[in-house]
Design a protein around this ligand. Structure first.
Ligand code: BES
Ligand code: ZN
Length: 632
C-alpha cells in the first residue's frame, strides 16, 4: 500500500486535475473533484428487460487528492444502492457506510460514502457499489418490440447531459474524465455494444459482452445499446451496426464514412479513438445523432436513401475532436462542444460535398439561429441567447438550442474571417492538440484565445469584440455576412409562386435537393392560403413520410398556418419518431397558439409512452400552462 501523501503530494496531484483554466464548480454535480477524482469505473451489469432494470456492480477507482477528506460525494438519480464496499489491494472487502440524500428534481440524489480513519489514507482506492437502476432511469429507454424494426426488445442509454447518473453512480460532470470497462449480460438472442473497444474472453458465454474504454472520457459519453444487432465493416477502421433489416441501406447511405474520417483528420488532427463505427438506432431514438466515442448513435431518420442528410454523421464524427477530445467543463459552456462541432461540420461538408451544399446548410442554420435568439429573448431566460449560459438550477438539457450550435459556428466564422483561413486552421489544430483529453470552460478558451491574439502577427480582434460574442444576448455587430446566394433563384421562384405569378405545376421542384425544399417551405408565411397548401400537398405528396427534414419543414408550415387537413399527418409523424429536433420543433410551433397547445397536448397524450424521458421533459416544459416559446 502506498504511503500517506503529505500536503505537498496532494498539491501535485491537484495540478493533475484535467480541467484547463480555473476548475469552475459544476452547478450540475454533487461531486467535489478537488477532493476525490474517480479515474476508472468497472461495470458488471445484467440487463433485465422484464423488470426494465440494469443490475449489478460498479467498481470505482478513486484517487484521493485531499488527504483530510473523509467523505466521497457521488451523483445518482433513482438508483437503488444495495451496498458499498472498499476493496483492499488483497481483494478483501470492508463495508463502508453511505447515505443517499433527498432527490433533487434536476440533480438527483447525492450519494455520500464515509471512510473510517484507517481507510482515508489510501491515495488510490477501489470502491464497489452494488445497485440497480429504476425503470424510470432518465438515461435508459427500454423499447417495446413493436418500436424496433425487427420486433425484438431494445435498450439504449443516452448520457448527455446529466443522465449517466441514473444508471451508474459516479462523478457525473464533464469536468472529470475517466476510463471504463464493462461486462454486460444480455438475453441470449441480443447483442450489446458500447462506446468502447470490444474484448472477448475465451470463456465468455452467450449473452456476455466485455468492453474497454482506455481513453479518459467524461461520464456523459459512457453509452450502451442492446438489441438484435449486426455489423458490416466499410473499411478496416469504420463500419455500421444496425438491426439486420437496416444493414444494407445503412451501408449504402454511409459509404462515404472512410472519407469523412480522413477529412476530419486532415482538418483537426489525428483521429485518436482507433475505430469509428455508427449504430443506426430504432425510430424512437431521442436524437439525430449522439457522439458516443468510437460508436456514434444515429437516428434512422438520417438514412434518407440519397445521402442528403449525412451532415449529421459528419457532425457526430467532428465531435471526436470538439466534445470528446476537448470537452466543455460545464453545461454552461455547451457551445464549446456544439459551436466548434457545427463549424467543423460545415467545413467538412464543404470539402466532402462541395461549397454549395455547405452554404445551403449554413443558410438554413442561420435562419434557425435568428429564430432561436428571438425565442430566447421573449422567454423567461433571455440570457439563453448568449453563448455562455447560466443553467444553474435548471435542467442543462434546457440549454440545447441553435444558439450553441449556430451562434458558436458564426463566432468561429468571425474569427476565421479575421485570421484568414490558413492561419485559423493552424489555430484550430493547436487548440485541439493543446487541450486534448481536457475539459475547458468558456473562460479557459477565452484566455487561450486572448493569449494567442497577443502574439506578434496575430489578427486584430479586440477583447470587446470577443466578449460580445461570448456574453452578449444578440447577434453581434461583427457577425459575418451570411451568404444567401445559394438560395437566390429559389427564393425568387417562391415569391413568384406566392404572388400567383408562377403556377404550382411550374415550380422547378423536380431539380430541388432536400435542402431547397426545406428552404422553400420554411420561407412560407403563416397566412399562406389553404388552396395553395392543398396544391403543394397533393402535387408533391408532402406528409409524414419521406425525407425527415422535408417532413419537418412541411409539418411546421402546417402548424404555423393551421392547415387542418394535414393534422393527421402531423400526428402520425409525432407518433413515429422520437427524435428531439423533429418532435421539439413541432411541439414548439404548436405551443405558439392556444389551439396549437390544445392539439399538442392531445397528440402528446398518445405519443408520450414512445418517447425517451429527456424528450418527455422537454415537451412538458413547452406544453405547460405558462409554456410559450421557451428556448431549447
Ligand atoms: N450531442 C448532440 C446531442 C445532444 C445535445 C444530446 C445535448 C443531449 C443534449 C449531438 O451531437 C447533436 O447535436 N445532434 C443533433 C444533430 C446535429 C447535426 C445538429 C440532433 O440530434 O439533431
Ligand atoms: Zn453535436
Amino acid at each position: 500500500m502506498r504511503a500517506f501523501p503529505g500536503r505537498a503530494a496532494a498539491a501535485v496531484l491537484a495540478l493533475a486535475l484535467p480541467v484547463a483554466g480555473a476548475a469552475a464548480a459544476d452547478p450540475h454535480s454533487y461531486a467535489d473533484p478537488g477532493r476525490f477524482l474517480v479515474r476508472h469505473v468497472s461495470l458488471a451489469l445484467t440487463a433485465d428487460f422484464e423488470a426494465q432494470r440494469l443490475e449489478g456492480t460498479a467498481e470505482l477507482t478513486v484517487e484521493q487528492l485531499d488527504p483530510y477528506a473523509s467523505e466521497l460525494d457521488l451523483d445518482t438519480r433513482d438508483l437503488e444502492i444495495r451496498s458499498v464496499h472498499l476493496v483492499e489491494p488483497s481483494g478483501e472487502t470492508r463495508v463502508l457506510a453511505f447515505t443517499l440524500g433527498p432527490r433533487d428534481p434536476v440533480l438527483g440524489s447525492k450519494l455520500t460514502i464515509r471512510f473510517q480513519k484507517c481507510c482515508a489514507a489510501t491515495p488510490r482506492m477501489r470502491i464497489r457499489i452494488a445497485y440497480r437502476s429504476s425503470p424510470e432511469a432518465t438515461a435508459l429507454q427500454w423499447l417495446e418490440p413493436a418500436q424496433t424494426f425487427g420486433g425484438q426488445p431494445y435498450l439504449y442509454s443516452q448520457g448527455q447531459s446529466i443522465h449517466t447518473r441514473s444508471w451508474i453512480p459516479l462523478q457525473d460532470t464533464p469536468a472529470v474524465r475517466l476510463t471504463y470497462d464493462a461486462l454486460i449480460r444480455t438475453p441470449p438472442q441480443l447483442v450489446a455494444v458500447m462506446s468502447a473497444a470490444r474484448v472477448q474472453r475465451p470463456d465468455d458465454g452467450a449473452g456476455e459482452y466485455r468492453f474497454e474504454m482506455r481513453q479518459p472520457i467524461p461520464a456523459y459519453l459512457i453509452a450502451l445499446a442492446i438489441g438484435d444487432l449486426k455489423f458490416r465493416g466499410l473499411d478496416e477502421r469504420v463500419g455500421v451496426w444496425t438491426e439486420p433489416s437496416q444493414l444494407e441501406a445503412a451501408a449504402r447511405e454511409f459509404a462515404d464514412l472512410p472519407h469523412m474520417v480522413e477529412a476530419g483528420e486532415a482538418m483537426a488532427g489525428p483521429y485518436r479513438w482507433e475505430r469509428y463505427d455508427l449504430l443506426i438506432m430504432p425510430r424512437a431514438f431521442a436524437y439525430g445523432g449522439m457522439e458516443n466515442p468510437r460508436l456514434s448513435f444515429i437516428s434512422p431518420s438520417i438514412v434518407a436513401g440519397d445521402r442528403s442528410l449525412v451532415s449529421t454523421v459528419v457532425h457526430e464524427l467532428a465531435h471526436s475532436w470538439s466534445g470528446n477530445l476537448v470537452t466543455n467543463a460545464t453545461w454552461d459552456d455547451f457551445w464549446l462542444n456544439e459551436g466548434f462541432t457545427t463549424y467543423l461540420e460545415r467545413r467538412l461538408m464543404e470539402i466532402l460535398y462541395g461549397e454549395r451544399r455547405a452554404r445551403m446548410e449554413d443558410a438554413i442554420g442561420h435562419e434557425g439561429l435568428l429564430q432561436a435568439i428571438a425565442d430566447a429573448k421573449a422567454s423567461a431566460n433571455p440570457r439563453d441567447a448568449a453563448l455562455k449560459l447560466d443553467l444553474a438550477g435548471r435542467d442543462p438539457d434546457e440549454g440545447v438550442s441553435d444558439v450553441a450550435y449556430e451562434k458558436g459556428r458564426w463566432f468561429l466564422g468571425f474569427l476565421e474571417s479575421r485570421f484568414g483561413r490558413p492561419a485559423f486552421d493552424a489555430f484550430l489544430r493547436s487548440y485541439f492538440d493543446a487541450h486534448a483529453f481536457q475539459s475547458l470552460t468558456t473562460e479557459g478558451f477565452r484566455a487561450w484565445l486572448l493569449a494567442h491574439l497577443d502574439k506578434p502577427g496575430a489578427p486584430a480582434i479586440s477583447v470587446a469584440e470577443v466578449d460580445e460574442w461570448l456574453y452578449g444576448g444578440d447577434m453581434p455587430a461583427t457577425a459575418p455576412e451570411v451568404p444567401r446566394g445559394v438560395f437566390e433563384a429559389l427564393d425568387r421562384a417562391a415569391a413568384d409562386w406566392r404572388a400567383g405569378r408562377l403556377a404550382t405545376g411550374d415550380l422547378p421542384a423536380q431539380d430541388w435537393v432536400p435542402q431547397e425544399w426545406v428552404r422553400f417551405l420554411n420561407e412560407q408565411p403563416a397566412d399562406l392560403e389553404a388552396p395553395k397548401l392543398a396544391e403543394l400537398r397533393s402535387r408533391f405528396g408532402l406528409g409524414a413520410e419521406g425525407n425527415a427534414e422535408i417532413a419537418l419543414a412541411w409539418l411546421s408550415l402546417v402548424v404555423r398556418s393551421g392547415y387542418e387537413p394535414a393534422f393527421p399527418d402531423l400526428e402520425r409523424f409525432l407518433l413515429a419518431t422520437g427524435r428531439y429536433r423533429l418532435v421539439i420543433g413541432l411541439f414548439r410551433e404548436l405551443s405558439r397558439t392556444d389551439s396549437g397547445l390544445a392539439l399538442g397536448r392531445r397528440i402528446y397524450e398518445k405519443a408520450r409512452p414512445g418517447y425517451h424521458a429527456t424528450i418527455r421533459q422537454a415537451i412538458e416544459r413547452l406544453l405547460q400552462p405558462a409554456g410559450g416559446t421557451g428556448a431549447g
